[in-house]
Design a protein around this ligand. Structure first.
Ligand code: MN
Length: 341
């Protein structure tokens, strides 16, 4: 796997950073470990250089990432829309991380579209749609955090990597690969992780903070979803689960509580494809997809749920009811039946 960044791009990033003072960093709606890890790592590097930098996200993020350095200062559109508008007016450079389209910043999109300042992008999704002076995009990479490590080294910023930067980057790689379960079948990703561990990354602290933080409500929600809301469709080697508004009420649902649920049925030997549909009081049904091996989850998400993502991990949404979304899913399975055999 070769993630060598073109020398012209490296020079552009160096110059954009050297010549400018005020930066905004953004990432996708419902930011995950990779989005937050890359954002907090890049922000810390810029801060150490004496730059002014703010991380600006569309919405709040799960509380189990709040330990990350600088995470508490993140501005989110749902809480700080006024401050964000004012700040973005005065930035010199916009940095987009773990995102391939500005629409994935949801409510922030109009603000960024209006902003004519140069952009740096580091991302690992297929099909980069953001116009940028300095784009770094490799869809084979495990995570944006892995790529950001290469960007920092190529730009000569390695000296700024400290324990907190390394912990942020480590988190993104760990979470985007399902703790090195998928998207990590090549040596280079371990080389990066190995290098990060040299900065005294507290690996067990990170695992505890992220993977061992369920409340009893969240644990009970998981049990209910797996037992009562999971439907196995052996004829398609597939299955789906739902999270209803009633489930959310019953278990005092907090942002991030269903994180990882969609991966769980993958432990079944005969299952190749699984979906999770989450109902919302307002707005469309959210769909998450996971697949094993050669089944293209992103293609399926694009065909039926106006979405996309990675080959084995994708998402989308559906304007309609939960049961309509399931109907569409079942129809899709029928269309894709051959690929699922
Ligand atoms: Mn990612």
């Amino acid at each position: 796997m070769d993630f060598t960044i073109e020398p012209q791009i490296v020079e552009k990033i160096q110059k954009l950073i050297a010549d400018n003072q005020v930066f905004a960093i953004t990432s996708h709606y419902n930011s995950d470990g990779d989005a937050l890890g890359s954002s907090t790592a890049f922000a810390e590097i810029l801060r150490q250089m004496g730059k002014t930098v703010k991380i600006v996200l569309p919405n709040d993020y799960p509380s189990f990432f709040r330990w990350m350095n600088g995470a508490r200062e993140i501005l989110t559109f749902d809480r700080n829309s006024k401050e964000i508008r004012e700040y973005v007016k005065n930035i010199d450079v916009l940095i987009c991380l773990d995102i391939n389209e500005l629409t994935r910043t949801e409510a922030l999109e109009p603000i960024f579209s209006e902003c004519t300042k140069p952009r740096i992008v580091v991302d690992h999704h297929i099909n980069l749609q953001i116009d940028a002076e300095a784009p770094v995009s490799f869809h084979e990479a495990s995570s944006t955090c892995e790529l950001l490590y290469h960007v920092l080294v190529a730009c000569g910023f390695e000296n700024y990597i400290d324990k907190s930067v390394a912990e942020s980057l480590y988190t993104g790689i760990m979470t985007d690969t399902g703790r090195l379960d998928y998207s990590s079948n090549y040596p280079e990703v371990y080389y990066v992780m190995g290098n990060l561990l040299r900065y005294n990354v507290n690996k067990s602290f990170i695992h505890e903070k992220i993977n061992q933080v369920y409340s009893y409500d969240r644990f009970s929600l998981q049990a209910t979803v797996m037992k009562e809301n999971f439907v196995y469709l052996p004829e398609y080697h597939a299955g789906y689960m739902t999270i209803t508004n009633q489930n959310k009420k019953d278990y005092n649902f907090q942002l991030g509580d269903s994180e990882g649920f969609v991966n769980m049925p993958l432990c079944m030997r005969d299952l190749k494809f699984v979906a999770m549909f989450t109902e919302y009081e307002k707005g469309p049904v959210k769909a998450s997809f996971r697949s094993k091996g050669k089944f293209p989850a992103n293609e399926f998400a694009g065909d039926y749920f106006n979405g996309g993502g990675h080959f084995n991990a994708a998402g989308g949404k559906y304007q309609g009811t939960l049961s309509e979304a399931i109907e569409v899913f079942r129809k899709g399975l029928e269309d894709y039946k051959e690929k699922l055999q």
